[in-house]
Design a protein around this ligand. Structure first.
Ligand code: FAS
Ligand code: PHB
Length: 390
């Protein structure tokens, strides 16, 4: 079998790249080790930058997003029992974010791909990128007790943090940077109206909490938890009580509880692999970098990687120029590191770190005080949150 671009991974990165290539008439094929329903069962991101929304439009996959997505002009920081609204629209030059679940975005891209007749091979075992240091790369995989080979021009490693693509690169060809945070996020989904029409990021002595949503009737809440917590130890009642403790009274009293239908713990880490290109293999999205979800950057960085990679591939196939693909890693990493910085910074000022010193705690409080009383500081927060330019 042969294709122009073999994409490993059917998450947002792989699907968005695949859809953009298909719309441009560039043959591509996606392989994933799990099935479609498993992918759609994952609950992840919820906030999209305008750049991501634009790319989904270019991929002709934005109709539900535009009809069901919730445009947000601001969010609140809550601490010391009070709210402080960050006016994204006013501070970031009229830009806003869109609240729309990653699960729905993934479904939209999958549906569009099927409509376009583009091929996805699910439940592909032992997917292996081969000969990507030569001009004739290929991918092998196992299915139905047979080993298959796909010859291609390029391989896009869109297979997430635990995927095979980054691991196929020799360690001496790559430098990695990592920071693991001493806590995780316990998140739930419940069919209940969100406590507020905008997101609330709360810093409380008991820990961080986030009030988010998926629609006017479906809420997404998170609380910071120790790394050794077990989901089974968290009944819904225990979660709701702890969430309320961490919110200002007027919000705590307004929380409408309902049985959760999803409950999971996500670890927090910052990770970057450099470079993001190895011959004919390109890494994109979580395969190349991970950010703590505090800044809502993970999915949006995957989108900007795809923007740069797609532009480079289009240049190669239409102008026979490799300038874009040669520049991919440097361009992507420049935006990645600024988002890694912002996500680290927002995590640092909004969470309670175990063993923090009295001095560091006072610095955190001064940071929040400055942030919510300085237009310059809140403008910097706003322009990063809505997304820096591509
Ligand atoms: P993904 O991990 O989404 O997709 C990778 C795909 O590759 C998967 O379908 C997987 O099955 C497949 N794959 C893996 N290994 C393979 C192999 N060897 N062979 C073939 N296929 C393989 N971001 C936010 O902005 N906000 C959040 O709240 C948030 N919460 C998150 C919670 C969790 C638990 C996780 C893990 C991530 C979260 N993220 C969040 C980040 C998340 O949204 C990612 O940024 C986003 O999924 C990145 O998309 P992809 O790069 O496509 O990677
Ligand atoms: C979410 O709704 O899942 C969400 C929103 C904002 C974040 C992280 C997660 O910063």
């Amino acid at each position: 079998m042969r294709t122009k671009v073999a994409i490993i991974g059917s998450g947002p990165s792989g699907l968005l790249l695949g859809q953009l290539l298909t719309e441009a008439g560039i043959d591509n094929l996606i392989l994933d080790r799990v099935g479609k329903e498993y992918i759609l069962g994952r609950v992840r991101a919820g906030v999209l930058e305008e750049g991501t929304v634009g790319l989904l439009g270019k991929a002709k996959s934005d109709s539900r997003l535009l009809s069901d997505g919730l445009p947000h002009d601001g969010f609140s920081l809550a601490f010391d029992g009070r709210d402080h609204r960050i006016d994204l629209f006013g501070l970031a030059g009229g830009k806003r974010v869109m609240v729309y679940g990653q699960t729905e975005l993934t479904r939209d891209l999958m549906d569009r791909r099927e409509l376009a007749g583009a091929k996805t091979i699910y439940e592909a075992g032992n997917v292996t990128p081969c000969d990507f240091d030569r001009s004739t790369p290929y991918v092998t995989y196992q299915k139905d007790r047979t080993t298959h080979r796909i010859d291609c021009d390029f391989i896009a490693g869109c297979d997430g943090f635990h995927g095979a693509s980054r691991k196929a690169v020799s360690e001496r060809s790559m430098q990695t940077f990592e920071k693991v945070y001493p806590f995780g996020w316990l998140g739930i989904l419940a069919e209940t109206p969100p406590v507020s029409h905008e997101l609330i990021y709360a810093n409380h002595p008991l820990g961080f909490a986030l009030c988010s949503m998926r629609s006017a009737s479906r809420s997404r809440y998170y609380i910071q938890c120790p790394l050794d917590e077990k989901v089974a130890d968290w009944s819904d009642d225990r979660f709701w009580d702890e969430l309320r403790r961490r919110l200002p009274d007027h919000h705590a009293e307004a929380v409408v509880t309902a049985p959760s239908f999803e409950k999971s713990i996500a670890p927090l880490r910052s990770f970057v692999a450099e470079p993001m290109r190895f011959g004919r293999l390109f890494l994109a999205g979580d395969a190349a970098h991970i950010v703590p979800p505090t800044g809502a950057k993970g999915l949006n960085l995957a989108a900007s990687d795809v923007h740069y990679l797609f532009s480079g591939l289009i240049e190669f196939y239409t102008d026979r120029s490799s300038a874009g693909i040669d520049d991919y890693s440097a361009r992507a990493l420049s935006r990645v590191w600024k988002a890694v910085r912002f996500s680290w910074w927002m995590t640092t000022i909004m969470h309670r770190f175990p063993d923090t010193s009295d001095f560091d705690q006072k610095i955190q409080e001064a940071e929040l005080d400055y942030l919510t009383h300085s237009r310059a500081a809140s403008t910097a927060l706003a322009e990063n949150y809505v997304g820096l330019p591509y």
